[in-house]
Design a protein around this ligand. Structure first.
Ligand code: FCB
Length: 453
């Protein structure tokens, strides 16, 4: 084990997303989002729940800002709800929606907490979906206009903008697998939509940069280190295709001018995507940082029966969290090193990392989430190892500040470092993991095992 110190100025924070915590789903002129529509569809969510109330953060944000301060966390990553700002197809801006984030930002700053807003964390306005959603190019101008509106209002107090959260997940789970809103099961449509997302992403980055030239702009990408199942080169190639599908597909067109090889018949895939003259140029982008959402890893084998990418995922030997994801802290070190190498040593933030457990208050009224403490320790340790190796990592956000609405899983999977009593008036109780983060913030010191692979 090695003991080390996090760099001076390292940002330690916690993250949430609007639909998962806010509630107030139809208040103050908010329009319907695809997640409102989806969660209200019988059978869509594991426990039949919705985000109608969630953690009621829309009303309780002063309490949550105070909690962040109590935990010594210097930064809060939250997302802005697009349908609060632009509720309907006429494009009118809802001032009451903007006012909420105005107040939230002021509240955070009042507590000495730096706001890290994300512009889009999956709650697409239903009216945008009705016009074709991410599969229709009209979304490109709409996202840019929305981004411009928000950045002009908050930009005097916000220095760092995250544009999209996990484009890969909202395209694949929303358009191909039907597990997330809008619940479509159309892989061909998802592939075309991925290209529109990339175009819209680049255009939104331009809009934010034009509205706030001095701001630092990035996005949060889902990444997971892909470990080949064996040293057979075919498994190695399959692991590369997996990495390309998850990460490269949404990074490379923006940063390297091409789509990575993710399909056995790559030419056919590309030919089906409606790529038009000028698109590759229009996608060229520059980020001031890359946000990485890291939870687990993938063990990948070549399998001819494994769909258009000929991939099969294998279960690993590591322990599993309540949601079934393997715990493998070294995967965080590995993926940060890879992103550092592939994209020219960019500034990196871990924009999400955390684990699900079925926590609840014990007889002493407290929450002893030892598994989560071990998870955070292991992962932040491996992050520190990547920093000691020379990667330019600027910060880490725990997912999540609060237990919240975990999308298709509903309220059954608790990711918070603070417990939320959904049947108990929304009461908050700091878990042991929250106090552990406070101690880390105070000491700035962590140890890690540099023999893990
Ligand atoms: C990520 C999402 C986040 C949360 C975690 C557990 O994919 O970005 O909203 O649900 O997973």
């Amino acid at each position: 084990m090695r003991r080390t110190r996090l760099p001076a100025g390292f940002v330690l924070g916690a993250a949430t997303a609007a639909y998962q915590v806010e509630g107030a789903w139809d208040e103050d002129g908010k329009g319907e989002s695809i997640w409102d529509r989806f969660a209200h569809t019988p059978g869509a969510i594991a426990d039949g729940s919705t985000g109608d109330v969630a953690c009621d953060e829309y009303h309780r944000y002063p309490e949550d800002a105070a909690l962040l301060r109590e935990l010594g966390l210097g930064a809060y990553r939250f997302s802005v709800s697009w349908p609060r700002i632009v509720p309907a197809a006429d494009g009118r801006v809802n001032r009451a929606g903007l006012d909420h984030y105005d107040r939230l930002v002021d509240e955070l700053l009042g507590h000495g907490i730096t706001p890290y807003p994300t512009l889009f964390h999956w709650d697409l306005p239903q009216w945008v979906q009705d016009a074709g959603g991410w599969a229709d190019r009209s979304v490109i101008g709409r996202l840019a206009a929305y981004a411009d509106t928000v950045v002009r209002v908050l930009g005097d107090r916000v220095a760092t903008w995250t544009v999209l959260n996990e484009p890969q997940i909202f395209v694949v789970l929303g358009y191909a697998a039907g597990i997330h809103a809008p619940g479509l099961r159309d892989p061909a449509l998802a592939l075309r939509a991925s290209h529109v997302v990339n175009l819209a992403h680049a255009e939104a980055v331009r809009a934010v940069r034009a509205a706030a030239p001095a701001a630092r702009i990035g996005s949060a990408f889902k990444v997971e280190a892909a470990y080949p199942a064996t040293d057979d080169p075919r498994d190695g190639a399959a692991a590369e295709r997996h990495h390309a599908l998850v990460a490269g597909w949404f990074l490379d067109p923006l940063l390297r001018g091409r789509y990575p090889v993710a399909y056995v018949d790559q030419e056919a895939a590309i030919a089906s995507m409606d790529i038009r003259p000028g698109d590759m140029e229009a996608m060229a982008t520059r980020f001031d940082f890359l946000g990485l959402n890291v939870y687990s890893r993938a063990i990948v084998a070549h399998d001819d029966a494994g769909g258009p990418s000929a991939i099969r995922r294998l279960a690993g030997p590591g322990p599993r969290t309540a949601i079934g994801w393997e715990v493998w802290p070294a995967a965080l070190h590995r993926i940060v090193r890879r992103i550092d190498r592939d994209y020219g040593h960019p500034p990196i933030y871990i924009t999400e990392n955390g684990c699900a457990a079925r926590d609840g208050p014990g007889p002493d009224g407290r929450i002893h989430d030892a598994d989560r403490v071990a998870y955070l320790h292991g992962h932040i340790g491996q992050l520190a190892r990547a920093i000691d190796d020379g990667c330019d990592v600027r910060g880490y956000f725990a997912w999540s500040l609060l237990d919240n609405f975990e999308w298709a899983e509903g309220y059954g999977q608790r990711f918070g470092v603070v417990w939320c009593g959904f049947d108990d008036g929304g009461r908050r109780i700091v878990k042991d993991s929250g106090w552990w983060l406070r101690d880390l913030a105070a000491s700035g010191e962590i140890d890690y095992d540099d023999s893990l692979a």
